[in-house]
Design a protein around this ligand. Structure first.
Ligand SMILES: [Cu+2]
Length: 147
């Protein structure tokens, strides 16, 4: 009986939670009006014993979004599409300016300093991780903090 109760509790817990990724410090830079692209940054932690693959991103602020990595190649900055984004068991992947980032492409509206938007990460099991992204200033280099 005790096992049954434990099993049920685990099942309910599983149903109640989203994909097993914890997201912290999600933020973006404000974009000038008319800009086609923006970027978002965050820290993704996988506390489970299995790797997590983020296969798709969805947001209402951009028609397309992908994970990219900025890298220097022969003195030129280039961006590589990372698909899927793999978060190994027990690891934290940091998306930050100059490194990995979420590229928001074909922006539907400018990102405005002080506003928030929702970005949803979807893993290989079609489980969703909703992320609230806070918009900082245009020159923001790290997570905007309340004064
Ligand atoms: Cu990019």
């Amino acid at each position: 009986m005790k096992n049954l109760v434990t099993g049920l509790a685990l099942l309910l817990m599983h149903l109640a939670c989203y994909a097993d990724v914890t997201v912290n410090d999600a933020w973006a830079r404000a974009t000038p009006s008319g800009a086609a692209m923006g970027a978002a940054y965050m820290e993704l932690t996988n506390p489970t014993s299995q790797p997590v693959h983020i296969v798709r991103l969805e947001t209402s602020v951009a028609k397309m979004s992908e994970v990219h990595e900025s890298m220097e190649h022969n003195g030129m900055m280039r961006m590589k599409h990372i698909d899927p984004l793999v978060i190994a068991s027990g690891e934290t992947v940091i998306l930050k300016p100059g490194g990995k980032h979420v590229m928001l492409m074909k922006l539907i509206k400018p990102l405005v300093d002080g506003e928030k938007f929702l970005l949803t990460l979807i893993d290989e099991n079609a489980e969703a991780v909703p992320v609230e992204v806070i918009v900082g200033s245009i020159g923001q280099m790290e997570m905007p903090r309340a004064p």
